[in-house]
Design a protein around this ligand. Structure first.
Ligand code: NAI
Ligand code: OAA
Length: 349
């Protein structure tokens, strides 16, 4: 195995975190992962990365079109997972049947000048339809929602599953991992340490000021080359909040983050799979139904286990500026959650 392959596989073994099971053995359970929106900008590299996961034995690639090609391509990789492509709604249930984890990057991305909320009109119905199918075909699967606006699509998913009588709050996740990935990268660059040694909590939601990095709790190993001033922390906070927009502008009309999102989505899905297998110390920041703030959905550190989100961990100590940021985040996030719930209940767009 050459060094690039080894590095990529190691990255997929998730930054060298332990994935030993409770009994100290590797996962031997056959696991099925379904990707909905697999032919898209995120879907394709995500399919590639999940095909490289040592935890996936079956990979179902679903989209409204284009998946036979993606599946044929990815299926030639000499890694564990058996790949099958599914195209069109009449193949959706078959794609989902028996899935342990469903990853949903289906829907339209932003163009310059748009907010994530501007995607609501199109993506709300797409997510609702796909979640309904999940509720029918694989109600026990862990659902990883990537489609924006995550702050509303997650509550839409919850309400849809509730109306079907199959909602389990431990199994529904909004994927906010890209915010963590960005905060770590920007922070490591700013203080001049190895990015692999950095940890920065990012809580709240996944849009603008609802994205709240907690740099006061950031950790790293090694000697920092620089101490950051309050102004520099503020700039890092803003860059983390605007990371998505930075990519949208750079792509100039050709979509939003796809490659870094596929990487982040694979990290999160891999943690879900390790949690399902009982791996010790599996936790991720993700948006879940939550009581740690007044907002009914909130992203924070969550311990993942065989039944999904087994424990929602607290926020730790916030400094004064972060506390103000939290208040702003909660207000905006609550409005987005309410918008999602309303759509799911009465179809209001
Ligand atoms: N949570 C996060 O951190 C991030 C979320 N996103 C969001 O992910 C979504 C997808 O982004 P891209 O992959 O760049 O878009 P894309 O347009 O390249 O791909 C989307 C795919 O979804 C498919 N699709 C549309 N309706 C569908 C349906 N009913 N069933 C199955 N598939 C369907 C399309 O055919 C297309 O292949 C966007 O909403 C974007 O805003 C993007 C980056 C980060
Ligand atoms: O900004 C966007 O539209 C896509 C996204 O959620 C991100 O890159 O964080």
């Amino acid at each position: 195995m050459n060094s690039l392959m080894r590095a990529t596989r190691q990255a997929l073994q998730m930054a060298a975190r332990s994935y030993a099971t409770k009994g100290g053995e590797k996962d031997s359970m056959p696991r099925k992962v379904a990707i909905l929106g697999a032919a898209g900008g995120i879907g394709q590299p995500l399919s590639l990365l999940m095909k490289m996961s040592p935890h996936v034995s079956s990979l179902a690639l679903y989209d409204i079109a284009g998946t036979p090609g993606v599946a044929a391509d990815v299926s030639h990789m000499n890694t564990l997972a058996k790949v099958k492509g599914y195209a069109g709604e009449d193949q959706l249930h078959e794609a989902l049947d028996g899935a342990d984890v469903v990853i949903i990057p289906a829907g339209v991305p932003r163009k310059p000048g748009m907010t994530r909320d501007d995607l609501f009109k199109i993506n709300a119905s797409i997510v609702q339809g796909l979640i309904k199918a999940c509720g029918e075909a694989c109600p026990k699967a862990l659902l990883n929602i990537i489609s924006n606006p995550v702050n509303s699509t997650v509550p839409i998913a919850a309400e849809t599953l509730k109306s079907m009588g199959v909602y389990d709050p431990k199994r529904l996740f909004g994927v906010t991992t890209l915010d963590l990935v960005r905060a770590r990268t920007f922070y490591a660059d700013a203080i001049g340490v190895d990015v692999n040694s950095v940890d920065v909590p990012v809580v709240g939601g996944h849009a603008g000021t609802t994205i709240l990095p907690l740099f006061s709790q950031a950790k790293h190993s090694g000697q920092a080359k620089k101490q950051l001033s309050p102004e520099e922390i503020e700039a890092l906070t803003k860059r983390t909040q605007d990371g998505g927009t930075e990519v949208v502008q750079a792509k100039a009309g050709k979509g939003s983050a796809t490659l870094s999102m596929a990487y982040a989505g694979a990290l999160f899905a891999d943690s879900c799979l390790r949690g399902l297998s009982g791996a010790a110390n599996t936790s991720e920041y993700t948006m879940v139904q939550s009581e740690i703030t007044s907002c009914p959905f909130f992203a924070s550190k969550v311990r993942l286990g065989p039944s999904g989100a087994e424990e929602i961990l607290g926020l730790g100590e916030l400094n004064e500026i972060e506390q103000k940021g939290l208040d702003i985040a909660i207000a905006e996030l609550t409005a987005s959650v309410e918008k999602g719930v309303k759509f799911a209940k009465d179809g209001t767009l």
